[in-house]
Design a protein around this ligand. Structure first.
Ligand code: ATP
Ligand code: MG
Length: 235
């Protein structure tokens, strides 16, 4: 479970000696196995939320507990163990252009110290699940944008994370490829075993997934949560 309680995150802009409040008193509870779309305009705080969840940033105040880890109190040496449960597919986490599709995905297992035997059995399975086996020995520049996106997803999934986070996974993709990648992401959470958080600007695209939760951010605050829309709570 993910639980934000009164989480505020401010950034200090050293150059101008000012602070920016990226998230302001956020209360948000996400159950295991939920598929959630996070939407909102530029600068609303979506990426900041992801950076808190991946423990790249720490809340300025409030509490954030994920899968039993208190992310404000977690010991430095336990951060890798915490992160191994989280798959990240960030727009700016580029594929290594000098590695093949296979090697890019295998790398994510290698950094966690997985055995070569485990890598040899798991990577082909994940490539096949994402339908990119035929591109295993190609380099990123030799494959399409959608295939690159699926490779990035394979990399995020190869360690079987409990939580998968994708930041703008369909940016730069054609509408049909966007639909394909989004269907795939939603289906990854559909067995209820994995929590999937998807940040997107593409509100039209998510209207295809009517039964999924949508949380909208505006200037650091949650202004809408479809899960609580009827009762008007939590916003
Ligand atoms: N490292 C940083 N230092 C200072 N300010 C930052 C930093 N990162 C983000 N901000 C500011 O925090 C606010 C929220 O930014 P954030 O990146 O979370 O927005 P976002 O919702 O992801 O926007 P976008 O849709 O454009 O990606 C913005 O005002 C942004 O300028
Ligand atoms: Mg962002």
């Amino acid at each position: 479970m993910i639980e934000f309680r009164h989480v505020t995150k401010t950034y200090r802009s050293a150059a101008r000696d000012t602070t920016v409040t990226a998230l302001n008193d956020i209360n948000l509870k996400i159950d295991d196995g939920e598929v959630v779309f996070l939407v909102g305009s530029n600068g609303a705080g979506k990426t900041t939320l992801m950076r808190l969840l991946t423990r790249m940033e720490v809340p300025t105040s409030g509490s954030l507990v994920v899968n039993g880890y208190d992310l404000r109190r977690i010991k430095k040496r336990r951060i890798p163990e915490y992160r191994s449960q989280i798959g990240m597919d960030f727009q700016d986490f580029k594929l290594f252009s000098k590695y093949t599709v296979y090697e890019n995905v295998a790398f994510a297992m290698r950094v966690l110290g997985k055995s070569s035997k485990a890598i040899k059995t798991t990577v082909p399975l994940v490539l096949s699940m994402l339908d990119i086996s035929a591109r295993a020995n190609h380099f990123p520049l030799e494959i399409s944008g959608g295939e690159q996106q699926r490779t990035a997803l394979a990399r995020a999934l190869v360690n079987n994370p409990k939580i998968l986070i994708a930041d703008e996974p369909t940016a730069n993709l054609s509408p049909s490829m966007s639909r394909e990648v989004m269907d795939l992401l939603v289906s990854l959470g559909d067995n209820g075993k994995r929590t999937v958080l998807i940040i997107t600007h593409d509100v039209k695209l998510i209207s295809n997934y009517e039964n999924k939760r949508v949380v909208k951010f505006e200037r650091g605050r949650i202004v809408y949560d479809s899960k609580h829309a009827e009762v008007g709570a939590d916003a």
